[in-house]
Design a protein. Sequence first.
Length: 132
Amino acid sequence: MIRYSLICDAGHSFDSWFRDSAGFEKQAAEGQIACPFCDSTKIARDVMAPNIAKPRDDAAQDLRMKLRELHDTVVAHTEDVGDRFPEEARAMEDGETERRAIRGRATFEEAKALLEEGIEILPIPGLPSDSN
């Protein structure tokens, strides 16, 4: 697979993935690639910077280790309530259930609503993969 930066005849830039260079050429020649902004099918490759893997440095590796330790500590000391997170947070705030450390999932809209209701929450980002 190869990712190309593309540009349409109206100057809109976007990215797309192709099986290989020949796949891009064939699809572009047949008008099968459309600009997501204006639907133009006059598409060309845009200027791209090469993607060069950088060697890992010790500071980045140390930071990854500390993030993993922090993540593991949060997981070890909280209850996973999954998709019930918004309901559980509200129940604790309303005194319907005992206050405890919970974690789970909420959509952006659900998290925003909780904050607007004055319920303090803290997003926990996922861990970076080892390939990043």
